[in-house]
Design a protein around this ligand. Structure first.
Ligand code: ADP
Length: 269
């Protein structure tokens, strides 16, 4: 039986009491183990939805439930323990002076032994492929490396739900593919639930569901195939669709393809 992890009911939000409402009557649900891509033009409200889901800003109307617990000022702290959030700009997330300290920092309030903490830190650094950076100062890393550190910090928490706000934009395509594959594996094995705000249509094509926002409202909520067949007004390159399909199957795409026709042929084999 499916289990609802996120339930958003008719929420509205405005940043400034006298300003415009930027989220209007938004409702959706996310099931345990689902990967939902949230897409939409700049300013459509995607990041605001992420902030609302982790209680950084409070909805002015409607309700949000995480794991059937209604979000309010009393429940937000315990709700946040189950959510890992990776923002677009990882610089805002660093606290430690080394990568391993930084990843460990997220675990310090969880009351676990030093040995377990060390284990979790090493494992999550290894998962995202940055073990060799463990003694580095996070502020000296490249944008892509910083995004990996931020993700390692979140994975070390063993969250049930991860919210990614353009969390892969600074990664090179190879790293992006491998991180997506790792998250797909966690989704399959641990039933990790993922809400990913993205501009990457290829990533959205491989999600279980797409929610498209338009001027603060849900314009589409459904299967990627429906979105690309019936709503999207431009073609997602076939190569991108196939690349993602391969990622979900745990395969690497050979790098030397020149044309989509060659790619389709190779995929057929
Ligand atoms: P997206 O993530 O889709 O680009 P946002 O959620 O960032 O969209 O923004 C939605 C709307 O809210 C936009 O009109 C934006 O200008 C406005 N907005 C975003 N952040 C703030 C803020 N801190 N104060 C006031 N308005 C904001």
């Amino acid at each position: 039986m499916s289990e609802v992890v996120v339930k958003v009911e008719n929420i509205c939000f405005q940043y400034d009491k006298r300003g415009n409402e930027v989220i209007h009557d938004v409702s959706f649900q996310v099931q345990k183990g689902e990967w939902v891509s949230v897409i939409g033009d700049n300013g459509s409200g995607k990041s605001t939805i992420a902030k609302l889901l982790v209680g950084l800003v409070q909805h002015t109307r409607g309700q949000i439930y995480i794991n059937q617990i209604k979000m309010d000022e009393h429940t937000i702290w315990s709700i946040r323990q189950h959510i890992g959030m990776v923002w677009q700009n990882p610089d805002n997330q660093f606290i430690g002076t080394t990568v391993e300290d930084d990843v460990a920092f997220s675990l310090e309030n969880l009351n676990m032994s030093y040995a377990e903490m060390k284990d979790r830190v090493n494992h999550s650094l290894q998962l995202v492929g940055i073990s060799e950076l463990s003694r580095m100062d996070p502020s000296l890393l490249s944008g892509g490396q910083k995004q990996k550190v931020a993700l390692a910090g979140v994975l070390a928490l063993h969250p049930q739900l991860i919210i990614l706000d353009e969390a892969f934009v600074m990664l090179d395509p190879k790293s992006r593919n491998s991180i997506i594959r790792i998250l797909q594996e966690l989704k399959m094995k641990e039933k990790l639930t993922i809400i990913s705000i993205t501009h990457d249509m290829a990533e959205a094509a491989s999600a279980d569901r797409i929610i498209q926002l338009r001027t603060g409202k849900v314009n589409f909520d459904g299967a990627p195939k429906d979105y690309f067949d019936n709503v999207c007004d431009w073609e997602v390159p076939v190569a991108d669709q196939l690349r993602r399909l391969l990622i979900t199957k745990g395969k690497e795409l050979p790098r030397n393809f020149m044309t989509e026709a060659e790619l389709v042929k190779w995929f057929g084999n």
